[in-house]
Design a protein around this ligand. Sequence first.
Ligand SMILES: [Mg+2]
Length: 419
Amino acid sequence: MTVQITEVRITPVAVKDPPLLNSVGVHEPYALRAVIELYAGPDLLGLSEAYGDDPSLERLRRVAPALIGLDPFDVHELHRRTATALGEAPEDMPTDMIGPPSASKTLAATFAAFEVACLDLQGRAIGRPVSDLLGGAVRAAVPFSGYLFYRWAGHPGHPDDGPEALTPDSIVDQAKDLVARYGFGSLKLKGGVRPPDEEIAAIRALRAAFPDHPLRLDPNTNWTVPTSIHVGTELAGVLEYLEDPTAGLEGMAEVARAVPMPLATNMCVTTFEDLPAAIEQRSVQVVLSDHHFWGGLRESVILAGICRTFDLGLSMHSNTHLGISLAAMTQLAAAIPNLTYACDTHIPWQVEDVIEPGVLRFVDGSVPVPTTPGLGVTLDRDALARLHEQYLTCGVRRRDDIGYMRSIVPSWSGIRPMF
Ligand SMILES: [Mg+2]
C-alpha cells in the first residue's frame, strides 16, 4: 500500500477560556491551539492538535512544505525532515512549554504535532485505532482526574461564566460539581495561588468531602523548599502525590527527602536529557508525560519504559486542549500498561471544540477508548471555521498569564517562588 502526504493544513483556533488562576497569573479569555490536517489523497486525512501560539505556528509552517510526498508510516523520516527544516538554533519557545529554550525541545514539540497526525493517518489507512499502533490497548477506558482551579467568576469586562472559587468551601463545591457531571474518581487542585495554609485547608476540606478520592496538589513551583516541606508534612497521608512544589532537581530532591508522599513533575523533568540527573538525585517519584512536548506518542511510550525501568510512577500532564488531543491522550494512555495514575485534562473547562461531538465522553471519570480507525475523532468543519475566525479577531497570539494578570492587577510580579 502506497500512502503519501499530498497536503498539509495548519489552522490556528482560539477557544473561550475561563479565568483560571495559577502561580504566574490567570488564563486569558481565549486559549490558542493549532489544528493540523495531513492529507494522503482526497479521502485520507490525519488529524493532530498542537500549541497555537506564534512561535509554534511559525515552526509548524516552516516544516509543512517538507512533508509533501512523505510516507506517514515513516516517522523516522518525518523526524529527519522536521529537524532539517527547523535547523539547530534554539529559538523562541512555545509559550505553553516549560524551562529554558533548546533546539531539542522545539524539535520534539514540532515533530510531535505532525507525528500524531501521521499515526492518525496510519490507523485510518489500515483500519485500526492508534492504540493498536502503540502496542494495543490494555484498558478499555482511560481514567482522568478532576482538575480543580481557584478562579474568578468571570474575566473583567466579560459576563461571569461560573462561580468564583477562592476558598476551601468553594473548591469543594467545584469538586462536587465536576464529580457529579463527569464521575471523576480522583481530584487535583491547581495550587500556588492562595497562601499555602489556605491550600492545606482546601485539601483537608476535599478529603472530608471525598474520603476515598486520591487527591493531588500542584503549586507549579511557587513554594520555597521550607514551604514545600511544611505543606508536605501537614498533608502526610492525605495526598496521592505533591506536584512540582518547588523549582529544580536539587530543590525537589531536598523536599522529597523530607516529605512522606511521592513528588510528581511536569516542570523539572520535561525532556529525556533531564532524566539521568532526576533519577540520580531522586528528585521525583512520578513523571507526568505529555506527548505535546515529549516528542509524540511513540516517544511517550519510550518514556514509560524508562519510568518502569527506574521504578518511577507515570501520570499525564495537560495544558488547555481540545478533543483531538484528548483522543490522542486517551489512545496513548490506553496503550501504556504502567500509566496507572488518572491523567490530567482541562476538557471540563472548555466550552468549544473542533471535533464532532459524541465520540469522546466521560463515563465514571474515564474516557472509553475509541476503537474506530486512527484517533477515532472527526473534524467539525463549521466549528473549525468559527474558531479560526475567533482566532483572527480575539487579539491573543501567545499565552501570557503574567501579562494578562498585570493588566488587571498592576502590582502583580508573577515571580516565583511567591510563598
Ligand atoms: Mg503540573
